[in-house]
Design a protein around this ligand. Structure first.
Ligand code: FMN
Length: 343
């Protein structure tokens, strides 16, 4: 343990703030099974992570469990009161477990612990946020995902759902709230701006959702690869560069495809406040954390940057000579190139 402290001491000043919290470095363990138990959280903290986001409490999960229980229980299936009772029990039990996780994580580690709620509606579910705050969570991450499946639904309604959830939660808690959303929005800068205007201290860009795949051997729908690949960083970099320039005083946690120190450095240069890690820890173990920290340190040494602030946002939309590079969306230049062109 002592050895580890010494190792990090010589790595230079990687301190940063995130949602007003002090972090010893800009690496955050993303919400997932990696942050679902105190043992795993301790391991992440020992490896040097700057903060952790607990595994989400899922609104969908509770609703799903109720439906499955009700369908098994033919005796009660005709009684709506029974459904309410089971739902109440499951919900309270799930909330209790999350509260216990927050409390024990706070006791076990000295880094910020961010609770996470998955919500698809702004109903009663959001009221539990206050319990998480009372349990000691340093901040709250809202993992919101709504999949519009009706062609009659207007796009603005979907955006409004995110705002409604945020407003409801903000009315319950005083700790910072950060909204984690996916890339499927018609106006990402507008979305981030509205979230900020409605009290979000930060945004996590982006969540990566379960995606279906098709097995052509069995002619069945299957789950696609659950882990990201380093190439997925391309999806986030543009938006981190643009949102960090367009919306001030809104912390950005870059997420998706961040597998090594180069990816973290790129996100910081684009203007991210922190980088969230998930797939890379699943694939490489917690040893990837000190490796990434060393990589950032070496980069800072090479460029003589004394602190993260010396280079954060240096290559964001507003700080580069030709911001159009961020806006370029067509491969025009390549069409005229023999290697990639049609001739
Ligand atoms: C196995 C697994 C479980 C996850 N569970 C959650 C979760 O409970 N809540 C959440 O907000 N995101 C969850 N995620 C999404 C991750 O937090 C992260 O946003 C996403 O995987 C993109 O980051 P990555 O490219 O580093 O994996 C999960 C991802 C994986 C692979």
């Amino acid at each position: 343990m002592e050895k580890e402290i010494i190792k990090f001491k010589i790595m230079g000043n990687l301190e940063t703030t995130y949602l007003g919290l002090k972090l010893k470095n800009p690496l955050v363990a993303a919400s997932s099974g990696l942050t679902g138990s105190v043992e795993k959280i301790k391991e992440l903290a020992n490896a040097g992570i700057g903060a952790i986001v607990l595994k989400s409490v899922f609104e969908e999960q509770i609703n799903g469990e109720v439906t499955s229980l009700m369908s098994k229980d033919s005796q009660n299936s005709g009684y709506p009161e029974a459904e309410d009772y089971i739902k109440g029990y499951l919900r309270d039990n799930t909330i209790k477990k999350h509260i216990e996780l927050i409390e024990s994580a706070k006791k076990a580690v000295d880094i910020p612990v961010i609770a996470s709620v998955n919500c698809v509606s702004s109903d009663e579910w959001t009221t539990f946020s206050k319990d998480f705050q009372d349990a000691g969570a340093d901040a709250l991450e809202l993992n919101i995902f709504y999949l519009p499946t009706s062609r009659h639904e207007k796009p603005g309604i979907v955006e409004q759902l995110y705002i409604d959830v945020l407003q409801k939660v903000k009315s319950e808690v005083s700790i910072p709230v950060v909204v984690k959303f996916g890339i499927y929005h018609s106006n990402i800068i507008g979305m981030a701006d509205k979230l900020k205007a409605n009290g979000a201290s930060g945004v996590v860009m982006f969540n990566r959702f379960y995606e279906p795949d098709i097995n052509i051997e069995t002619l069945e729908l299957t789950a696609s690869e659950i882990f990201s690949s380093p190439a997925d960083i391309r999806r986030t970099l543009r938006w981190v560069g643009m949102v960090s320039s367009a919306v001030s005083h809104l912390d950005i946690a870059a997420s998706t495809g961040i597998h090594d120190s180069n990816a973290v450095i790129k996100q910081l240069l684009a203007g991210a406040q922190v980088a969230q890690l998930c797939s890379t820890i699943y694939l490489n173990g917690t040893k990837v954390i000190p490796e990434i920290l060393s990589g950032i340190s070496e980069f800072m040494k090479k460029w003589n940057f004394k602190k993260i602030e010396d280079f954060r946002g240096r290559l964001s939309y507003k700080n580069i000579p030709d911001p159009m590079l961020y806006e370029r969306s067509q491969f025009m230049k390549y069409f005229s190139n023999e290697k990639y062109g049609t001739h």
